[in-house]
Design a protein around this ligand. Structure first.
Ligand code: FAD
Ligand code: NAI
Length: 468
């Protein structure tokens, strides 16, 4: 029997690795178990990081081809070196995953490569790809095994022609026609990448909108922006089958409510219809750990499962499947295990879609406020009226604040615009401190910045923006 630990974390995604580091900082003896060869989970290996590398590179390619001339720069037609772009992506991933390995060493965290299985409270077995399994002892176990792409029934993902996001980040050739199933975050981000690199992109979405769940005004205007970039949408539609014929695919699309099927010719189909919690081979059922109706590990106060000493965080439990949500839960559970009072405020978790322009939101949508019967005032400011945005040719989009009608407390903020993902954070801070729209309106913002539009939108709640 190996050493006894205070904590063993299964999975080293943003939830698991951050949890392990925070626990080690607080003096706990910690080990992590990871079945991949590299650390960092979905996010660093096949998710957030590689997708952002390709989003950025493809944006630069598009900018060089279509944006430079307006700024008085002539570069001719840029040529795509897809291999070079993929190399950039792979190097970024490598730097990040080895960064996590360094942090484990620095914090004296023991690492075990292999599949972790809960053998009961206080016992975790590790089965490596090669070699013998061993059992470790620990006071607490944190399950941070994340999620995997959801499948479309009857359609087999081969990661070559029919791909999940993983294959969609690895294509060796720009497809002539990419059919994306699902107009959620992955579909729109990866659809944008391949559209900018030259593919025709058709997005088939079951519901009657892109980005379901987001604020209605954002969804409507954002879809128009994507259409202007050349993405085509088939809303209220479902893919019912994909037939392979050599290098080509025949995609059957039906109205969501049923009806006559149409066929789309494609060379790649990207399935991005959501993700499901990953609990395969973990031994949770045998250990008596309860799951919810959607196959997620059920947790109560302090991320505890129903079995003493077993906790869970990140994509494998309820809540938005976001890296920063997983990280914050990792920190909170580590602090709880060290006797502190870790907690996560789910009302101020931002969400960002890293398209061009970006969409960044925090808090409630207008639809949610209406449904809850909460009276609110809205303030909106367009980037067309912002000097820096004009200077940068980035006038698409707007900032919208929603504040309580009586108290002026900010209840939500929705930004569509270049750099929205950075700008949203001042609103997160404001909301964390229960700030009012007027509070933000009275804070000096540097000129000229895109963030001035955030301030102006907060002033617009009281109908007094200066530049509109
Ligand atoms: P994961 O990151 O999924 O990590 C779980 C780890 O557990 C994996 O390494 C897995 O190998 C390991 N594991 C599983 N079972 C076992 C076992 N039995 N034994 C040992 N190890 C095991 N979120 C954002 O916030 N921003 C983004 O920009 C963003 N972009 C994304 C882009 C894509 C293409 C995808 C697919 C996702 C993206 N996400 C993004 C979502 C984000 O990746 C997840 O929310 C996040 O990774 C969840 O973290 P986690 O720690 O819960 O799990
Ligand atoms: P998603 O939940 O964002 O979107 C899935 C979309 O597919 C929805 O619009 C849904 O209505 C649609 N859909 C479901 N079944 C369908 C069907 N049969 N036919 C057509 N459409 C169908 O899921 P996605 O894009 O796969 O992303 C998974 C998770 O990864 C998300 O929860 C997201 O939070 C996370 N992620 C976050 C990113 C970010 O923060 N920037 C980037 C990428 C992923």
């Amino acid at each position: 029997m190996a050493d006894a630990y205070d904590l063993i974390v299964i999975g080293t995604g943003p939830g698991g690795y951050v949890c392990a580091i925070r626990a080690a900082q607080l003096g706990l003896k910690v080990a992590v178990v990871e079945k991949r060869e590299t650390y960092g989970g979905t996010c660093l290996n096949i998710g957030c990081i590689p997708s952002k590398a390709l989003l950025h590179a493809s944006e630069m390619f598009d900018e060089a081809g279509h944006g430079f001339e307006k700024l008085g720069i002539k570069v001719g037609t840029p040529k795509l070196d897809l291999k070079g772009m993929m190399k950039h992506k792979d190097e970024v991933v490598e730097a990040n995953v080895s960064g996590v390995a360094f942090l484990f060493k620095k914090n004296k965290i023991d690492t075990y490569q292999g599949t972790g299985k809960v053998e009961g409270p206080g016992k975790v077995s590790v089965t490596p790809d090669k070699g013998k399994a061993q059992t470790l002892e620990t006071k607490a176990i944190v399950i941070a095994t994340g999620s995997a792409s959801a499948n479309l029934p009857g359609i087999e993902v081969d990661e070559k022609q029919i791909v999940s996001s993983t294959g969609g980040l690895e294509l060796t050739k720009v497809p002539d026609h990419l059919v994306v199933v699902g107009a959620g975050v992955i579909g729109l981000e990866l659809g944008s990448v391949w559209r900018r690199l030259g593919a025709k992109v058709t997005v088939v979405e079951f519901l009657d909108t892109v980005l379901p769940g987001m604020d209605g005004e954002v969804r409507k205007q954002f879809k128009r922006m994507l259409e202007k970039q050349g993405l085509e949408f088939k809303l209220s539609s479902k893919v019912t089958g994909v037939e392979k014929s050599g290098k080509k695919l025949k995609v059957s699309v039906e109205p969501a409510k049923g009806g006559e099927a149409a066929t789309l010719d494609a060379d790649i189909v990207l399935v991005s219809i959501g993700r499901t919690p990953y609990t395969e081979g973990l031994g949770l059922k045998e250990a008596g750990v309860e799951m919810d109706e959607r196959g997620r590990v059920k947790t109560g106060d302090g991320f505890k499962t129903n079995v003493d000493g077993i906790y869970a965080i990140g994509d494998v439990i309820a809540g938005p499947m976001l890296a920063h949500k997983a990280e914050d839960e990792g920190i909170a559970v580590a602090e709880i295990l060290a006797g502190q009072h870790g907690h996560v405020n789910y009302d101020t978790i931002p969400s960002v879609v890293y398209t061009h322009p970006e969409v960044a939101v925090v808090g409630k949508t207008e639809e949610q406020l209406k449904e809850a019967g909460i009276e609110y005032r809205a303030g909106k400011f367009p980037f067309t009226a912002n000097g820096r945005a004009r200077a940068m040719n980035a006038t698409e989009g707007f900032v919208k604040f929603l504040a309580d009608k009586k108290t002026d407390e900010v209840l939500g903020c929705h930004i569509v615009g270049v750099g929205a993902g950075e700008m949203i954070h001042e609103v997160c801070v404001l909301m964390e401190f229960k700030g009012a729209a007027e509070d933000l309106g009275r804070i000096c913002h540097a000129h000229p910045t895109m963030s001035e539009a955030v301030r102006e939108a907060s002033l617009a709640v009281d109908k007094r923006p200066i530049h509109m």
